[in-house]
Write a protein that binds this ligand. Sequence first.
Ligand code: GAR
Length: 235
Amino acid sequence: MSLPIAVLLSGGGSNLQSIIDKIEEGVLDAEIKLVISNRARAFGLERARNHGIPTQVLSHKDYRSREDFDRAMVEAMHDHGVSAPEGAVIMAGFMRMVTHELLGAFPNRVLNIHPALLPSFPGVHGQADAADYGVKISGCTVHFVDEEMDHGPVIIQAAVPCNAGDDGESLGPRILKLEHRVFPQAIQWLSRERLEIQDRHVHLKFAGVPLAETPRVSVEPPCNALVWPPLEDGF
Ligand code: GAR
């Protein structure tokens, strides 16, 4: 069965676009039932409309508490046919923390992407914070969401080199290219019920690539990336 999802975003929506593209290519078995933005001018809304996907703007500023805001989002998702246990919530550049109101409605069904190798550099400036710190390697992380910021169990990570002289502006696009590959992959694993959480550890069922065969992935701008668990064909 194809996975019914709601995508939450706040901005440009390039991750949304990568999910749409993988669905249209037939490698990601999911259906985007609704895109919710907390910002009316988010370009991601236009991307959704271009593909006939229903959208809704819910501004957090119209609600008295985070919990009230989350309840409104859950109601909208339910109205559009996204509910647990089948459905899932995909946070694709959604710059708000969510509460037990949303997480309780979708237990272990909320995924987020973060542009750094968690637990390093959580927050809204992951790329710039890592570059400014002077790390040699950064990347991105897809994880299950819990009530702490950028904290839940890790599903997949991708690592790219970070050079002296890199800043958030130069490192960001390198990481984003990988985000567009690992996020649809993680959603596909969820769709196939292949993700099992034990404590903080996410086990990918039916995966069998030995560590010695770890594939390097070439991305533009030209660099080699390390992705683990490895991407499957089409991602
Ligand atoms: C992405 O880089 C995503 O990882 C990041 O926002 C960007 C959204 O881009 N998310 C966070 O920083 C969450 N802490 P997009 O709107 O083009 O998908």
